[in-house]
Design a protein around this ligand. Structure first.
Ligand code: SAH
Length: 373
C-alpha cells in the first residue's frame, strides 16, 4: 500500500497490482508530480492538500473545485487513510486523550492540551517504544512498529478536525508514544507535510521534537534546513544514574549528549528544553539540581521539571511538593531557567509517560504493567 515518494504513478491513473497509492505519504511536490502523471495540471495538488488537511475531506467525490474527470481518476489511483477516533477521554482540566485506530488494526494515543499556553497537539511517532526508560509506561509495551509519515501527520489531522480546530493556530509536540529520532525519516517528512501552506501550515517554530538522545539522529537533525524546537529528556545529572533510568545512556553517554547539545544550532532567541522527570529520593536532591546546573553551563537551555506521573508497575514515586519546589528553586538560584510542569490530564492517564495502548479491554494495559517487576 505504501507509496515510494517520487515514484511514477500508475499510467493513466489505473491502480497497479499493489492497489491504490497512499496519498497521505506524499509531500506536496510528490503529489504535484502524481497529479501531473494523471494528466492534470499540477496546481490541483494544492487544492487536494487543502481538502485533506485543512477541511478534513478525504472523499475525492466531495472535492468540488476539481474537475470531475480528475476526481474519478484520483479515486481509482489513491487512498487517503486517516486515523479514526476510537475513543476520546476528556479530563477535568480540558485535556482530551484520543485513542486513534490505524489501518492495520493497531492504534496509538494522542493528546490535545488546550492551554500550555497555546493549544497543543501531542502526537506519537511509534506504536510503543524501544527505549525502555525505567519510569515510562509506554516503554513497558516495547516497540510494535514505526508509524508512517502519513500516520504521524494524520494524528494531527484527525484531532484538529474532530475538535474543529484546523483553522486556528496550534502547536505540535512529538511527546506521545515513541522516540521520534528512532523513526527519523517519517517523522521529518510528517513535519514537512504539516508545514505546507496549502495544508495545516504548522510552522516549525510551533513544533517541538522531544528525544531521549539518539545521537546519530541528533547530528542529522542539526543539518535540517527547517528545524523544530528541540527538547532533550535528561532525567539525571550523573552518568551512573542516567544509565540506570535511561538504558540508551549506556550507548550514548550523558557527556556526549551534552556535547551534541552544545554543538546544536539553536537560533539566537531559542533554547533547548531539558526535561527532567523528578523521582522521589532518586534524582531530586538539591545536590542533583546543582550538578544539573553545572552540566548545562554554556548551553542555551531551559529545564522542564516534571514530577513523576505514577502508574501501576512503575517502581518510582512522585516526590512531595516541597521537594519539587526546592529542586526548582535550587536550579533557579544557580541561574537556570526552569519551569515546573503542571501535569495535565492525569485523571484520564493522558499525562507524560502514561500513554499506553490498552487494547480492546480497558484494563489490559494496567494488568500488563502489573505483571512486570
Ligand atoms: N521518547 C521521547 C518523547 C516521548 S516522552 C523522549 O523521551 O523525550 C515525553 C516526555 O515524558 C519525556 O521527557 C519522558 O521522559 C517523560 N515521561 C515518561 N514517563 C513519564 C512519567 N511516568 N512521568 C512523567 N514524565 C514522564
Amino acid at each position: 500500500m505504501s507509496a515510494t515518494e517520487g515514484a511514477a504513478p500508475a499510467a493513466g491513473g489505473t491502480p497497479d497490482a499493489a492497489g491504490p497509492r497512499d496519498l497521505t505519504e506524499l509531500e506536496l511536490p510528490a503529489l504535484e508530480a502524481a497529479v501531473a502523471g494523471l494528466g492534470a495540471p499540477a496546481f490541483h495538488a494544492r487544492q487536494i492538500y487543502r481538502w485533506v488537511y485543512r477541511r478534513g475531506v478525504t472523499d475525492f467525490a466531495r472535492m468540488t473545485d476539481l474537475p470531475a474527470s480528475l476526481r474519478t481518476r484520483l479515486a481509482a489511483a489513491f487512498a487517503v487513510p486517516t486515523p479514526t477516533v476510537v475513543e476520546r477521554a476528556r479530563s477535568r482540566d480540558g485535556t482530551v486523550k484520543f485513542r486513534l485506530g490505524l489501518r492495520d488494526g493497531r492504534g496509538v494515543e494522542a493528546v490535545f492540551i488546550p492551554d500550555t499556553p497555546a493549544r497543543t497537539f501531542c502526537v506519537s511517532t511509534q506504536v510503543g517504544c524501544a527505549m525502555q526508560c525505567g519510569f515510562c509506561l509506554t516503554g513497558r509495551m516495547g516497540l510494535t512498529r514505526n508509524l508512517t509519515a502519513g500516520e504521524i501527520a494524520g494524528q494531527v489531522r484527525a484531532m484538529a478536525h474532530d475538535l474543529a480546530l484546523a483553522d486556528r493556530p496550534f502547536n505540535v509536540v512529538l511527546m506521545g508514544m515513541g522516540e521520534p529520532l528512532h523513526n527519523y525519516e517519517p517523522t521529518m517528512r510528517a513535519l514537512r507535510m504539516l508545514a505546507s501552506e496549502s495544508g495545516l501550515a504548522v510552522p516549525p517554530r510551533r513544533v517541538t521534537l522531544s528525544t531521549v538522545g539518539v545521537l546519530p539522529g541528533l547530528a542529522r537533525l542539526a543539518t535540517e534546513p527547517v528545524m523544530p524546537n528541540l527538547a532533550v529528556s535528561l532525567h539525571a545529572a550523573t552518568e551512573e544514574l542516567r544509565e540506570r533510568l535511561v538504558p540508551l545512556g549506556r550507548k550514548y553517554p550523558l557527556a556526549e549528549l551534552l556535547a551534541a547539545c552544545r554543538r546544536f544550532p539553536v537560533g539566537r532567541r531559542e533554547r533547548i528544553t531539558f526535561e527532567y522527570v523528578l523521582l522521589d529520593g532518586v534524582n531530586d536532591a538539591p545536590a542533583d539540581a546543582r550538578r544539573l546546573a553545572r552540566l548545562l553551563r554554556g548551553i542555551r537551555s531551559k529545564v522542564n521539571v516534571i514530577p513523576l506521573n505514577e502508574a501501576p508497575g512503575i517502581p518510582y514515586r512522585r516526590p512531595p511538593d516541597h521537594r519539587v519546589d526546592a529542586f526548582g528553586r535550587t536550579l533557579a538560584a544557580a541561574g537556570v531557567r526552569v519551569s515546573v510542569r503542571k501535569s495535565r490530564g492525569r485523571d484520564i492517564r493522558a499525562a507524560c509517560g502514561q500513554l499506553i495502548l490498552e487494547g480492546a479491554r480497558p484494563s489490559a494495559g494496567q494488568r500488563m504493567a502489573a505483571r512486570l517487576p
